[in-house]
Ligand binder design. Structure first.
Ligand code: HEC
Ligand code: HEC
Ligand code: HEC
Ligand code: HEC
Length: 324
């Protein structure tokens, strides 16, 4: 443990380590069951979502075999291609064999847990309570957990050095699976999947998809699953558009397949329309050059400034009844 903490600390001094996965240790999934004891409320929410439930039957749906065959594989459940988005590669029980044993789960969004699970929740020397943690320790804990693979769920201004662009990484991660454009999926495979009928849902928008059944925002309460305020919704909406634009632009270069390119273009133009409405130099810079760094700069600006962008983008936000 102390060795691990040392490594984490040394790595955490370098820039950019707030992005999950930067450390040298092998980071593996432990599976959602390992998070359940301490995060019962979040587990309960997750259990009721298609992320968890699809595990039971998605491989039996009509299209599954067709899409699996199209990429030259036999079994969706055993496929590495499908596993990138449909499954969590983890042992069913601690010590068991690693396989596609769960649907997308805690670690698909928060990062593989093996190296941070015993760091992210430790407040100091054995027995230290949450309220007795020193500010210095808290900052180090946040950094070490990030260096060990944790994607913290939101930016907080009481952790010095935590870049406000952390929220971009959280949003961007949804688009790794939603949008058929993750880096590890090559263009040919994506095009074959599309041709075989796999959905590329261009309507995936962050507020609509994160504030319905997927929402878990308990934080210190464990009983109250808080809704976002209008200002929070406006920032999150813009963050989602920034992530969508960057990803769609990158995806277009993967292949010349007409159907795939057209779908990514449609996503990009939706995002550009939303970002134009923001009317900030950072948003205009992102439209002119849709890079991840430009997106981070915009997201950092709106969170650090605690901006309420409702006046700019409010009319584009989905209504509650549209939430998934
Ligand atoms: C032994 C108990 C325990 C286990 C097991 C555990 N956690 Fe935690 N987790 C905590 C505690 C306690 C906190 C609050 C830390 C704090 O006060 O900052 C926390 C915080 C978090 C947060 C951040 C909450 C925030 O306030 O920003 C996330 C995300 C999280 N855990 C995910 C996971 C995941 C994913 C797993 C499984 C891989 C897991 N945890 C396993 C105890 C645990
Ligand atoms: C890049 C991520 C990604 C990969 C890789 C991927 N899928 Fe999907 N798949 C998704 C997402 C996201 C959805 C849900 C789309 C939506 O409705 O928003 C989905 C939906 C599906 C559905 C349900 C369709 C429906 O309408 O009920 C099937 C079946 C499916 N995928 C099969 C596969 C198979 C088989 C593979 C492997 C050959 C695969 N997928 C690979 C992301 C992916
Ligand atoms: C590891 C890949 C992965 C990640 C990361 C991921 N999803 Fe999903 N999500 C899927 C797949 C696959 C499905 C389709 C399941 C099905 O068809 O039953 C899905 C389904 C959903 C659904 C249900 C859609 C419907 O039409 O019922 C919502 C809502 C959703 N995801 C929101 C999110 C949000 C918000 C994020 C980020 C915070 C996210 N997802 C991150 C893979 C992922
Ligand atoms: C689809 C992606 C996704 C999945 C799956 C997911 N989370 Fe989260 N989680 C998020 C996002 C996004 C937030 C940030 C919510 C916010 O602040 O708006 C979050 C916030 C949290 C928090 C802090 C808020 C709270 O409720 O206390 C904890 C702890 C947490 N998640 C644990 C878990 C655990 C444990 C699981 C699995 C049982 C899980 N999450 C599954 C995306 C996900």
């Amino acid at each position: 443990m102390s060795g691990l903490r040392q490594i984490g600390l040394a790595l955490a001094t370098a820039a950019g380590l707030w992005m999950a996965g930067a450390a040298a240790q092998a980071q593996e999934n432990v599976g959602p069951t390992e998070c359940k004891d301490c995060h019962g409320a979040e587990y309960k929410v997750w259990e009721g979502t298609p992320h968890a439930e699809s595990y039971k039957d998605i491989h039996k749906r009509d299209m599954a075999d067709k899409v699996t065959e199209a990429v030259g594989e036999r079994s969706m459940k055993r496929s590495e291609t499908c596993g990138q988005c449909h499954y969590t590669q983890a042992p069913k029980k601690a010590g068991g064999r690693v396989g596609n044993n769960f649907g997308p789960s805690c670690e698909s969004c928060h990062g593989p847990g093996s190296e941070y699970i015993n760091i992210h929740n430790v407040y100091g020397p054995k027995g230290t309570k949450k309220e007795d943690e020193t500010p210095l320790h808290k900052t180090q804990r946040y950094k070490e957990a990030a260096a060990a693979g944790m994607r913290w769920p939101r930016w907080r201004d009481d952790i010095p050095d935590m870049p406000a662009s952390v929220n971009y990484e959280v949003a961007q991660n949804c688009f790794n699976c939603h949008g058929m454009a993750r880096d590890s999926l090559d263009g040919d495979t994506a095009a074959k999947m599309l041709a075989a009928g796999h959905p590329l849902n261009p309507d995936f928008e962050l507020v609509k998809y994160s504030q319905g059944q997927v929402r878990h925002r308990f934080y210190d309460s464990q009983t109250e699953n808080k809704e976002m305020t209008p200002a929070e919704l406006s920032r999150w909406f813009v963050t989602g558009q920034a992530a969508s634009l960057v990803q769609a632009e990158n995806a277009m270069k993967k292949t010349s397949d007409a159907k795939y390119v057209a779908a990514q273009k449609a996503r990009a133009s939706k995002a550009v329309a939303a970002l134009k409405a923001v009317g900030m130099p950072e948003a205009d810079a992102l439209i002119a050059a849709p890079t991840a760094d430009n997106a981070r700069a915009l997201v950092a600006k709106i969170y650090k400034g605690n901006m309420d962008l409702t006046g700019k983008v409010g009319s584009m936000l989905p209504s509650k009844s549209e939430y998934k």
